[in-house]
Design a protein around this ligand. Structure first.
Ligand code: 4UO
Ligand code: ZN
Length: 156
């Protein structure tokens, strides 16, 4: 398992795609059984997709290639410590290990500062930057009850 080679590939992607004007300087690879199964790079501008961070792109590709929605036997090598969105995606994908190179402080120093998101999570819903209001909770709960009784459901 050549950790440095996998991380170097993530870093190379972060550089090449950034120079090509595809997005910010972020790359990631997902490794399964000692092989790279999927690569990702930041495509936020080019794909006009604010969720197209390197890690999310790599996770989507790996799931498609391995035909699964869980990557429990895989690790991710990302050129930068994952942001809260990507960290969430990594947990939902059940990835085994996260390897990172640049830190979130390094990213903040070049203008990618997401520290406020971590603070937001600790705030009550009615004190968050984006107004967050509850509507029709009872009606939505009816769907949850149907899910609870459903026989053929997959567990997430
Ligand atoms: O594609 C990305 N991958 C990352 O790991 N981080 C990214 C990406 N695009 C933007 N950022 C920002 O970098 C900081 C550290 O993760 C956060 O501010 C991210 O939003
Ligand atoms: Zn991210």
């Amino acid at each position: 398992m050549d950790h440095a080679a996998f991380m170097r590939r993530a870093i190379d992607l972060s550089y090449e795609k950034m120079i090509a004007g595809i997005g910010g300087p972020f790359g990631a690879v997902i490794v399964h059984d000692g092989c790279v199964v999927a690569e990702g790079w930041n495509r936020v501008w080019s794909a006009m997709d604010p969720t197209a961070h390197a890690e999310v792109v790599a996770i989507r590709r790996a799931c498609r290639i391995l035909e699964t929605y869980q990557l429990a036997d895989c690790s991710i090598y990302t050129s930068c410590e994952p942001c809260p969105m990507c960290l969430g995606a990594i947990y939902w994908a059940r990835l085994q290990v996260i390897y990172y190179a640049n830190t979130r402080d390094d990213a903040a120093a070049i203008g990618f500062d997401d520290s406020f998101v971590y603070d937001e999570l600790a705030l009550p819903l009615n004190q968050r930057r984006i107004p967050t209001r509850r509507l029709l909770g009872n009606e939505a709960m009816a769907v949850f009850r149907v899910w609870q009784e459903k026989a053929d459901k997959k567990l997430y």
